[in-house]
Design a binder for this molecule. Structure first.
Ligand code: NAP
Length: 387
């Protein structure tokens, strides 16, 4: 490999992003050394990862699993910690790269902690930019932290964006697979089950993002994420449905050129980019053979069946706390759908009603974000109860 050994911490190492990152690190143990790994409750998998990578620190966010983790790692050199303090310790320890792979707003504080120490961050946890984008950017300006997008769409744009000449860029185009229900008539969508919703046609992902892909809220969250990462207004971010998930996103320039990044739908490609940036690393990936695919298709989104993208556009236009409200309501709605308490089409309805009920406000600090997040969750839970 063409770069000096890097130290890496993975927040959320037991998730899909975390496991894919570990897979690449394991294949290149001479290039990476692991500082910290964290999970919420998946003690056995975390302990296995710590042993395989010889990590210095293992953290389980749920305190009640601390003893289990200690037991699972007895005889190992790794330090063991738990809870909020442990997570923040993992994020603040010196490392060349922090992979932010926790799901949901739970990732905000650890990611912000890494930003505050000026770290280079592989950002998978899009929700932290959605619910606190302005605060994250102002901390990045103070500390010089670097965000490397892991989301395949933003990673694609990052690879073709002209950061030195942003005025040459007319718009960016985020591609979306459309999820498992892209071809389904609206009348059938009310009765889809959580099992059907998490069966993404192209990607293997955690449950929450899989449901977000099925409602296309994932694209809404990504639209807000792209606004903060590339400093573009909402009108300059387009969404294009591309069911094959081969063109990961595109940048359209003022002279009519459109540049895109292509690859097989495997998150290890953008993760490998992030791990090795600013260089590149090879790994034994399946080669993309366009001739075998024959053709690639593209469609405009359908706002009647998938209203979530427009909800995200509205939240972004309102600004202030509205994206935080959207994110919190969505997390509650998705959780309730997965538990069987809410039907599929109810997810975007809960988000809409919560946004409609709550007044937006300015977010001056992280406490404001948490206050809005809690209030939005409370309102969304009430709406779920009466449905
Ligand atoms: N999966 C993908 O292909 C993909 C692609 C692009 C972006 N992303 C984004 O990457 C993030 C992670 O997605 P994922 O699919 O990898 O999720 P996932 O498979 O559900 O994994 C989530 C990780 O976060 C940990 N976690 C969950 N709740 C936590 C809490 N309250 N405190 C601390 N840690 C917690 C989990 O630990 P346990 O295992 O103990 O529960 C796990 O390690 C999401 O923001 C997602 O939108 C994912």
């Amino acid at each position: 490999m063409e770069f000096n050994k890097k130290t890496v911490s993975i927040l959320g190492s037991t998730g899909t992003i975390g496991c894919n990152t570990i897979d690449l690190i394991e294949r290149n143990l001479d290039c990476f050394s692991v500082v910290a790994l964290t999970a919420n409750r998946s003690v056995d998998l975390l302990a296995e990862q710590v042993k395989k990578t010889n990590a210095d620190l293992a953290v389980v966010a749920d305190d009640s699993f601390y003893k289990d983790l200690r037991l699972a790692l007895s005889g190992c050199r790794a330090e063991v910690a738990s809870g909020r303090e442990g997570l923040l310790d993992a994020a603040s320890r010196s490392s060349d790269l922090v992979m932010a792979g926790i799901v949901g707003a739970a990732g905000l504080e650890p990611t912000l902690t890494a930003v505050k120490r000026g770290a280079c961050i592989g950002l998978a946890n899009k929700e932290c930019l959605v619910c606190a984008g302005d605060l994250m950017l102002s901390e990045i300006e103070k500390t010089g932290a670097t965000l490397l997008p892991v989301d395949s769409e933003h990673n694609a744009i990052f690879q073709v964006f002209d950061f030195e000449n942003p005025d040459f860029i007319e718009k960016i185009i985020l591609t979306a697979s459309g999820g498992p229900f892209w071809g389904m008539p609206l009348k059938d969508m009310g009765s889809v089950t959580p099992e059907q919703a998490v069966m993404h046609p192209n990607w293997t992902m955690g449950n929450k993002i899989s449901v977000d892909s099925a409602t296309m809220m994932n694209k809404g969250l990504e639209l807000i994420e792209a606004h903060y990462l590339f400093r573009l207004d909402e009108e300059r971010i387009e969404v294009l449905v591309h069911p094959e998930s081969i063109v990961h996103s595109l940048v359209s320039f003022v002279d009519g050129s459109i540049l895109a990044q292509l690859g097989n739908p495997d998150m290890r490609t953008p993760i490998a980019f992030t791990l090795s940036w600013p260089k590149r690393m090879s790994w034994p990936h399946e080669k993309l053979r366009l001739a075998d695919l024959g053709r690639l298709t593209f469609f405009d989104p359908d706002p009647d069946r998938f209203p979530s993208i427009n909800l995200a556009r509205e939240a972004l236009k309102s600004g202030g706390s509205m994206p935080t409200i959207l994110n919190a309501a969505n997390e509650i709605a998705v959780d309730n759908f997965l538990q069987g308490n809410l039907e599929f089409l109810g997810i975007s309805e809960i988000v809409f009603r919560t946004m409609e009920r709550l007044e937006g406000c300015k977010l001056s600090n992280i406490d404001d974000v948490y206050a809005v997040d809690s209030e939005a969750r409370r309102v969304a839970v009430d709406f779920v109860r009466v449905k």
